[in-house]
Design a protein around this ligand. Structure first.
Ligand code: MF3
Ligand code: CO
Length: 265
């Protein structure tokens, strides 16, 4: 295992720091939940994210990260991830993933949910359900020291059973003092993921992006961030920060008011 300031295995005091960061990130998701309604502009959601984070003495991790211009990602309908909050106003029938990441006393929390705006299509609902179920099935597959590939195997199988596809270009990741670090957590099986193991003390995200049609992606050449499905069909995503412990996985970003395991959309 790596040691030093970027070491991957966290001792008890570092685990407590990550628990605090995860808890704040989840609280922030609960705080913005009531704002994610028809008529709201995604920039308004972002402004509340930044204000609430700063009011609590913390820092929005996305702001300025590799030049990202806002404090959270808002990804609507065919946008897979890294949507930039702006003037777009949510409409009945939309799907939106709100992805929040916070730095709390130097440690990162990272989690996201897909919200259904009013009455949505049966397809949008099924896709959202699939990404939610993929996240919890993957968490349920984890055991101390298991290969990272248990995650991708579980997710690809569950998505395929429902005839949806799994995005490959964007992955989960280790996190701690850094926003993105090893190990890479692909949501599909890879050779490297069969080698990497999730040992007690490791912290990482699982954030499956599930597409209605093709798994292929296209990054917006103009803003350099927004990632869309290549075929313009829908995409949905949920994310938690996980700490592997000696007893098994611990979800560090559970919300009080969001969908709980087993939720039906
Ligand atoms: N959860 C997303 C990720 O880990 C958050 C991206 S923030 C951005 O990639 F600034 F990189 F866009
Ligand atoms: Co993440």
């Amino acid at each position: 295992m790596l040691q030093g300031k970027n070491r991957l295995v966290l001792d008890e005091s570092a685990r407590q720091c990550m628990r605090a960061a995860g808890q704040f990130n989840a609280e922030l998701l609960d705080f913005i939940r009531d704002l994610v309604i028809p008529g709201v502009a995604t920039s308004e959601i972002d402004a509340h994210v930044e204000q609430y984070t700063r009011d609590h003495g913390h820092v929005p991790a996305p702001l300025g990260y590799q030049g990202f211009p806002k404090s959270c990602c808002t990804s609507v309908n065919e946008v897979i991830c890294h949507g930039i909050p702006g003037d777009y106003r949510l409409q009945e029938g939309d799907l939106i993933n709100v992805d929040l990441s916070t730095i709390v006393d130097g440690w990162h929390g990272d989690s996201s949910e897909t919200f259904l705006i009013g009455d949505v299509s049966a397809m949008a609902r099924a896709l959202t359900q699939c990404s939610f179920d993929c996240l919890y099935l993957a968490i349920g597959a984890l055991t101390p020291g298991c290969p990272v590939s248990d995650i991708g195997n579980t997710i690809v199988e569950a998505a395929r059973a429902r005839q949806f596809s799994v995005v490959r270009e964007y992955t989960g990741h280790g996190l701690g003092r850094r926003f993105h670090q090893e190990p890479t957590i692909p949501h599909y099986p890879t050779k490297q993921a069969r080698r990497d193991r999730l040992e007690p003390g490791m912290c990482f995200t699982i954030e499956p992006m599930i597409n209605q049609g093709t798994r292929l992606t296209q990054q917006d050449p103009e803003d350099g961030w927004t990632v869309r499905t290549k075929d313009g069909q829908l995409s949905a995503q949920f994310e938690h920060t996980i700490l592997m412990t000696e007893e098994g996985p611990e979800i560090l970003t559970p919300t009080r008011h969001g969908p709980q395991p087993g939720h039906q959309f």
